[in-house]
Design a protein around this ligand. Sequence first.
Ligand SMILES: *Cc1c(COP(=O)(O)O)cnc(C)c1O
Length: 372
Amino acid sequence: MTPSNDSVSNEAGPDSRRVRLRSALDGLPSYRPGRSATGGGAPAPFKISSNENPYPPLPGVEDAVVAAARSMNRYPDMFATELVAALADRFEVPAEHIATGTGSVGVLQQIVQACASEGDEVVYAWRSFEAYPIVVGVSGATSVRVPLDQDARHNLDAMADAITERTRLVLVCSPNNPTGPAVSRSELDAFLERVPRDVLVVLDEAYREFVRDPEAADGLEVYRRHRNLCVLRTFSKAYGLAGMRVGFAIAHDEIADALRKTAVPFGVSALAQVAAVTSLAQEEHLLERVEALVRERDRVAVALRDQGWNIPRTEANFVWLDLGDETDEFAQKCAESGIIVRPFSGEGCRVTVAEPEANNIVIRVAAEWIRQ
Ligand SMILES: *Cc1c(COP(=O)(O)O)cnc(C)c1O
């Protein structure tokens, strides 16, 4: 008998059992990307919900990607040799200490897969990056969330207290998404003194290029002193390549080696590799734009504080508005005014610093809100 389509797709068929999925997925949130700026009425609103760089890629980057596209019938260089060499040169680290992946979230997945599974614990601050609970949950490991302190900063003492024999990994997000503060060098040093040497600490520095506080920890400097520290960086934010999906880790041999083992083979496309290499070569120009965004960030933060908002110190390309129960209402008001922000219901809104025009709308809406 030949199986007919009917017998395969009919829900009331002879065997209606569902495919068995891992119970680790039960109740896991799906990653929610920032709302996009399409749809709706009038002029396309500014999308300031995903901490993207508002500027288009530099011309050299676009040309290199277009040229590379001609070879898309070929697999990319599996080891991203040229990119790894460029990064090793740029950061003055051995090439063996670098592992790449499909965005730093991809690298984070490689890290969790290399370190933790059922029965293990992963400690991180909360609220922090939304991808953490998902990546940890998918691995089967247990999330241990340690609340931020009243200044929306990591409470590294409480995080050290939360480490048990089951802890395999600690995630430190600096600057913290979505609240903005960075951990200081002295805080991080004191914390690392308390972490057992066989527990990996990941310092997620997705916004490192925007940091201006001289007291802030610099992962590259710290990793040289600690074999159990892994620095996570990305081309998605300051470098403006969010759509290309390329990030990397810097860590000692045995860790970087493990991350190469858990990587998706050929995950980082040839286009992404060439975009990243070209961007590194144009770093000076890119960093001018970052400098402009930092000035805008400080302008926005000062303006909001002058209006009476309590804005946590931000070292990233976004500001955090603590709105509590009024979060959704504020986000709605922003949407009506032409800006899409990122609400975290019941907590607050994260607002990306973008073009001055968009930032001016933020300042205006915030002023109206606080006056009402
Ligand atoms: C945006 C962001 C990333 C970057 O993700 P990619 O996968 O590299 O695009 C990583 N960590 C944090 C905390 C972020 O906010």
